[in-house]
Write a protein that binds this ligand. Structure first.
Ligand code: ADP
Ligand code: F6P
Length: 495
């Protein structure tokens, strides 16, 4: 069996099954921030990605993708329901996002979480060559670092949390809080998006486990676990190059015409998730229509909301509510051929996303809570013309970096409306100045800078870092996403 020197372990593989028009199974890039962040990095080193391929049943054998070996971990129906949809996305996800929805606790879910984490750890232990660096990702796999260390003490293990890590008063609600913290402490380095999250973690390990901790180091047994903030980013140059292509610029012009050549285009691109503040945004927009501050003839809202975690009750309820509200607003304010909201639930390929970003005069990214939010960064990277206003929630991790955005508190409806109007009517010179500053920031703090800072802290030999973060041929390696057929939506179980 081929072994490799870097192993990424994430719940999802960067590809998932797609039903082609002729009914054959094909593999496509999966959406979501984690894949967008990691996928561009692995082109330069022998690496293996351990993850779930998106269905149930035996693990499929997958082709290498641009030299990156794909190793699928199987999930059965019970695992899917109790680990992915249950403990990961109905206990941890809401709890970690300020409990904006009520976290649920079931003992069966915890059993599944342990079982699936064990399976990921065992698979990783099999594929990692001696002394490899293993990089475990996100909240689905909190126990993997500890389990893996027990199986393979020779490995250098990193853990990175892409989502917020909550303050002690929320985390303490978890019945199995001590086990989760111990699992993470199996790593040599625990990385978070923000310094506040590292601080929360340090406080918790002292409070729950009685361990000595600062915001940088934690002592456990005879080891030191380092912790820190490493804000994730995007492949800024790739998005900028894509957005600068003549055909993308032409597509953006065409989109504007198709939208009725309005004065203002507002765009939002989200997974359909209650953390993203979609309902609050629609309410703000609707009230601006009612008050006449926004008129459908001059301004259109394009809301892309790709369905996510579709079998989880809270997500089903959200989708119904969003669609009812979009229908109501369109019914009340739209005209024939002029809807107030263009509502799209399809996945788009990267070029189409880039064209959408280029057509958006205002990009509204207003989550109630978000670990980072890569859509905001993609928008900035795509604005090679230095135009476009970013309306950004204070509660997105991105806000700590993109302070030149028009910042809003999405819980404050009046503030949200004022922010939207301010972004819509901002002076072009102000918009340009802000966008330039944000683009300069992202140019320096791109995905390679993120990987470099994290992996330098993890693998002090530096060899892996140099390979991973070197710039080489950056041509896209994964097939981009086509519009997916209804048949595929029926087949999918995981979203
Ligand atoms: P999250 O990780 O919560 O999904 P992020 O904003 O960090 O949120 O990342 C979302 C990623 O998914 C971005 O890279 C974005 O381009 C991608 N994405 C979102 N919606 C779509 C869509 N409709 N089609 C294709 N990619 C999408
Ligand atoms: O950022 C959080 C996250 O769970 C990522 O791990 C993933 O990229 C994204 O949200 C999409 O979620 P899911 O894998 O559940 O579709």
């Amino acid at each position: 069996m081929r072994q490799s020197s870097l192993v990424v372990v994430a719940n999802r593989l960067p590809i998932d099954d797609n039903l082609a028009l002729d009914g054959a199974c094909e593999w496509r890039r999966s959406p979501g921030g984690l894949v967008s962040a990691l996928h561009p990095l692995l082109r330069h080193t022998p690496a293996t990605w351990v993850g779930w391929a998106g269905g149930t049943g035996p693990a499929p054998t997958l082709p290498d993708v641009d030299g990156v070996r794909m190793r699928a971990v199987p999930l059965d129906q019970d695992d899917l329901r109790d680990h992915y949809e249950g403990f990961a996305n109905a206990t941890l996800w809401p709890l970690y996002h300020d409990a904006v929805e009520q976290p649920q606790h079931h003992r069966r879910w915890w059993e599944a979480y342990q079982r699936v984490n064990q399976r990921f750890a065992e698979t990783t232990a099999e594929v990692a060559e001696p002394g490899s660096v293993v990089w475990v990702q996100d909240y689905h796999l909190h126990l993997v670092p500890g389990l893996l260390r027990a199986l393979r003490p020779d490995l250098r293990i990193g853990f990175f949390l892409h989502v917020p890590f909550p303050p002690p008063e929320l985390f303490m609600q978890l019945p199995r809080r001590a086990e989760l913290l111990r699992g993470m402490l199996g790593a040599d380095l625990v990385g978070f998006q923000r310094a506040q999250a590292a601080h929360n973690f340090a406080q918790l390990v002292t409070k729950v486990l009685g361990l000595p901790a600062t915001d940088r180091r934690i002592g456990i047994d005879d080891r030191v676990v380092r912790i820190g903030a490493f804000p994730v980013s995007i492949d800024t140059a790739e998005m900028a190059a894509l957005a600068a292509r003549p055909e993308v610029a032409a597509r953006a012009r065409r989109l504007r015409q198709d939208l009725g050549s309005p004065e203002h285009v507002i765009l939002s691109v989200d997974r359909m998730d209650y953390t993203k503040g979609i309902e609050q945004r629609l309410k703000a927009y609707s009230e601006l229509l009612v008050s006449g501050h926004v008129k459908v003839r001059d301004t259109v809202l394009v809301q892309v909301a790709v369905p996510s975690r579709e079998r989880v009750g809270q997500y089903q309820i959200l989708r119904e509510r969003v669609e009812r509200e979009v229908g109501r607003i369109n019914g009340e304010f739209g005209r024939v051929g002029e809807p107030a909201i263009h509502y799209l639930t399809q996945p788009f390929d990267r070029a189409e996303l880039a064209a959408l970003y280029r057509v958006a005069d205002v990009m509204a990214v207003t989550p109630l809570r978000d670990g980072m939010n890569l859509v905001a960064k993609e928008y900035v990277a795509a604005r090679v013309d230095d135009a476009g206003a970013l309306l950004l929630s204070e509660f997105a991790g991105t806000a700590a970096e993109l302070s030149q955005a028009y910042l809003v508190n999405p819980h404050d409806l009046e503030g949200l409306k004022q922010g939207l109007l301010a972004a819509l009517h901002a002076a072009p010179a102000d918009v340009t100045e802000r966008m330039r500053a944000m683009r300069a920031h992202l140019h320096r703090h791109d995905i390679r800078a993120w990987a470099r800072s994290y992996l330098t802290a993890l693998d002090q030999s530096g060899a892996l870092v140099d390979r991973l973060t070197s710039t080489g041929d950056d041509s896209p390696v994964l097939p981009s996403q086509p519009d997916r057929s209804a048949a595929r939506a029926e087949r999918r179980t995981g979203r």
